[in-house]
Design a protein around this ligand. Structure first.
Ligand SMILES: NC(=O)c1ccc[n+]([C@@H]2O[C@H](COP(=O)([O-])OP(=O)(O)OC[C@H]3O[C@@H](n4cnc5c(N)ncnc54)[C@H](O)[C@@H]3O)[C@@H](O)[C@H]2O)c1
Length: 248
């Protein structure tokens, strides 16, 4: 094969229009970059400012609908949604304040529902794919993170329920559930407390934290034709930590 031929070879997401919520975050940026390299036209949104980022608050249904409508108007179709917006708030379960509970569930779970349903409605009958960003602590609980764990456990059932009902429309719905990634709040904690990083690395069977690219490659896989028969699945990408650390 000549160089020119290999350069023009088709890429896994050529011609696909993909929306990403939480696009200004560490994982969001990595996912956008990965999907663009795979050939997709990617439109990111976030509640905070970011380079080439649309404004959208996932807790506000009208804001999500506006974002999706804008993608359709500008690009003609929407083939995939990656629901990645998320927050963490820490508290012991006994002290957890109701407003904090509602905030975390509102962004992580209700916000993901808004994004996925708006996207599914916008997919024009030619099928599509939705990927939620869950968490390994949606599978096993962790101390002082009850609202987050419940929101991410909810994501797994949201994906399964939507997968069941949307399969006849050709829409696949899956979850990528990261372990401890060098991104977002985790990265901040480990920068401030290197001893916690070392302790965590000792617990993770693979022996190191996850890099954002190791999550975005799995998102690309689930969006691509390589995963054409995968729906209602949670792909846990955690270096095996759930096997060693149940109970947080
Ligand atoms: N970093 C990790 O170790 C880790 C592990 C498991 C799962 N996750 C999940 O991955 C996703 C991305 O996390 P990250 O580590 O990149 O964190 P991050 O804080 O860098 O990114 C999260 C993004 O979500 C955005 N966001 C918050 N509220 C929003 C709202 N109402 N509307 C729209 N956007 C909103 C934030 O502005 C931010 O840009 C989250 O869902 C998180 O729960 C992260």
């Amino acid at each position: 094969m000549t160089k020119a031929t290999s350069r023009s070879a088709s890429r896994p997401l050529d011609g696909k229009v993909v929306a990403v919520t939480g696009g200004a975050g560490d994982l969001g940026r990595s996912i956008i970059c990965r999907l663009e390299n795979a050939g997709a036209v990617v439109v990111g949104c976030d509640i905070t400012e970011g380079q080439r980022m649309e404004h959208c608050d996932v807790t506000d249904r009208a804001s999500v609908d506006r974002f999706v409508r804008g993608v359709l108007e500008r690009h003609g179709s929407l083939h995939a949604m990656v629901a990645g917006a998320g927050v963490v708030e820490r508290s012991a379960a006994i002290d957890l304040d109701a407003a904090s509970w509602s905030r975390v569930i509102g962004i992580n779970l209700t916000g993901a529902f808004h994004a996925a349903q708006a996207a599914a409605r916008a997919m024009d009958g030619s099928g599509g794919s939705i990927v939620f960003i869950g968490s390994w602590i949606g599978v096993a609980p962790a101390r002082d993170l009850m609202s987050y764990c419940v929101s991410k456990a909810g994501i797994d059932m949201l994906a399964k329920s939507m997968a069941l009902e949307l399969a006849p429309r050709g829409i696949r719905v899956n979850v990528v559930a990261p372990g401890v990634v060098e991104a977002g709040v985790s990265a901040q904690i480990f920068q401030e407390a290197p001893e916690r990083r070392r302790a965590m690395e000792q617990v993770i069977p693979i022996g190191r934290l996850c890099q954002p690219e190791e999550i975005s490659s799995c998102v690309e896989f689930l969006l691509s034709e390589q995963a054409s028969y995968v729906t209602g699945a949670t792909l846990v990408v955690d270096g095996g930590i759930r096997l060693a650390h149940a109970g947080g």
